[in-house]
Write a protein that binds this ligand. Structure first.
Ligand SMILES: *Cc1c(COP(=O)(O)O)cnc(C)c1O
Length: 457
């Protein structure tokens, strides 16, 4: 008989997690004002809030921690990290930062000016924030197909070349660079094809522009290219990653994702002028050039993490687990953003809690119900996260209302996936009895989802 699929690692250290009773969870949820960010982690059984900084480091990474060189300047750990990044990306210049948004802050301080227009595919929140706070515009050129949650296409994170061409034809004088997010987080961890990166390169060259890759999940993107795009099946992940970066001029990286460290990030580029420009902002914002925002030990661990996570087996184990959970949801008929992406499942709450009016926030209601059911913490990516319209102060109900379940790297087993799926099925089975949601009793003007206080109706 054919051998079943199994993880490409075994477990050497464990961290106990605790179950709780429904009564306890009801009390805790109330004390947290029905906001899952306000829960204490020990009140959570399986935590699917985010895949950012929540991964498990390997024995090699922990060993590397002990080798950290904490010298203020010229740390050997910096050079280990730099050499690894040089090899994986082909980019010569490296600036370490404390996380991804800090890389954006440093690079954009050099490149983005008031009135700049930065086209790309569904800019991540912090990326958009760092553009808009400089009175510039993040112009979304993602393909329209990304909005249809039930459409199955292999590269749903792609840039629409026609939209990009139009953006450059109209605004090229104000475009400092194009940014492509791999994988496209906002569209559901959806990959971008090599063909699409080539098209973006061609358009950029036509207008003499440079391309930045927002690379938080570049290794997962490379995995999808290998398994879905013609001509890449026999290439290694490292060969594919190098080819992806060869089509760009620089990158910003949140190492908390595909670097599998708990904190860290960097900028890398092939252009000396970008490096010189960004350097001036690294020192005041992050720190001296050979540590940026990182400890020596963390740079060592990141160098190992980048090397390990650009190996096929590690990525196959990860993506396989996300697909395993998606398969269970298929079995139970629970609708989610299709096809499942690299790091999370986005449950289409509008299609599950059809009796809950949108004014009562179905996705948040579903997140609360899932927590009460089994202590599983997800995250609303929906109407609460969308904030109010800055002019009319009305809630924005135009987008999707999703419950995001992120899967941490190398942390949970497939049995935990079964628990998540079964808990969700139990809620799904009584979806028609859930007719009321929540109302807001207190909120901030911006990014209200972190601190919003809610009341159950
Ligand atoms: C997480 C993330 C960032 C920001 O990185 P932080 O490390 O959280 O600051 C930027 N872009 C993408 C696509 C991300 O997923």
């Amino acid at each position: 008989m054919e051998l079943p699929f199994a993880e490409s690692w075994r477990i050497k250290m464990v961290e106990p997690i605790k179950k709780s009773t429904r009564e306890e969870r009801e009390q805790w949820m109330k004390e947290a004002d029905y906001n899952l960010f306000q829960l204490r982690s020990e009140q959570v059984y399986i935590d699917c809030l985010t895949d950012s900084g929540t991964g498990a480091m390997s024995d090699r990474q922990w060993a590397a921690v002990m080798m950290g060189d904490e010298s203020y300047a010229g740390s050997s750990s910096f050079f280990h990290l730099k050499e690894t990044i040089n090899k994986i990306t082909g980019f010569e210049y490296v600036i370490p930062t404390h996380q991804g948004r800090a890389a954006e802050n440093v690079l954009f301080s050099h490149l983005v000016k008031a009135g700049s227009i930065v086209p790309g595919n569904s800019h991540f929140d912090t990326t958009k924030g760092h553009i808009e706070s400089r009175k510039a515009t993040a112009l979304d050129c993602t393909i329209d197909e990304a909005k249809d949650t039930q459409l199955e296409i292999p590269f749903k994170g792609n840039v629409d070349p026609k939209k990009l061409e139009k953006a450059l034809a109209e605004h090229h004088e104000n475009v400092p660079f194009i940014i492509v997010t791999i994988t496209n987080n906002t569209a559901g961890g959806q990959p971008v094809s090599m063909q699409n990166l080539r098209e973006v390169r061609a358009i950029a060259d036509k207008y003499g522009k440079r391309v930045v890759l927002d690379s938080a999940r570049f290794a997962e993107n490379a995995y999808f290219i290998k398994t879905r795009e013609e001509g890449y099946a026999d290439k290694t992940i490292k060969e594919i990653a190098l080819e992806m970066f060869s089509l760009a001029d620089g990158m910003t990286m949140s190492a908390k994702k595909d670097g599998i460290v708990n904190m860290g990030g960097f900028i890398a580029t092939r252009h000396e002028d970008w490096y010189e420009g960004a350097k001036r902002f690294c020192i005041p914002f992050e720190g001296y050039l050979t540590y940026g925002g990182m400890n020596g030990r963390d740079m060592e661990a990141l160098a190992v993490g980048l090397d390990e996570n650009t190996e096929f087996d590690n990525l196959e184990t990860r993506i396989h687990q996300v697909e395993f959970l998606a398969g269970l949801l298929d079995e139970y008929g629970i609708p989610y953003q299709r096809p499942v992406g690299g790091h999370a499942i986005f449950v289409d709450a509008d299609k599950v809690l059809t009796k809950v009016p949108k004014e009562e926030f179905p996705a948040q209601t579903l997140a609360i119900e899932l927590y009460l059911e089994a202590g599983v913490r997800g995250c609303e990516i929906g109407y609460i996260l969308a904030d109010r319209d800055p002019v009319t102060r009305e809630n924005r109900f135009g987008g999707l209302d999703l419950l995001r379940l992120c899967i941490a790297r190398r942390v949970y087993t497939d049995n935990h996936m079964r628990v998540i799926a079964a808990a969700l099925k139990n809620v799904f089975d009584r979806r028609n009895e859930i007719t009321r949601g929540v109302e807001i009793v207190w909120e901030t003007e911006l990014m209200r989802h972190f601190t919003v206080k809610l009341r159950k109706l």
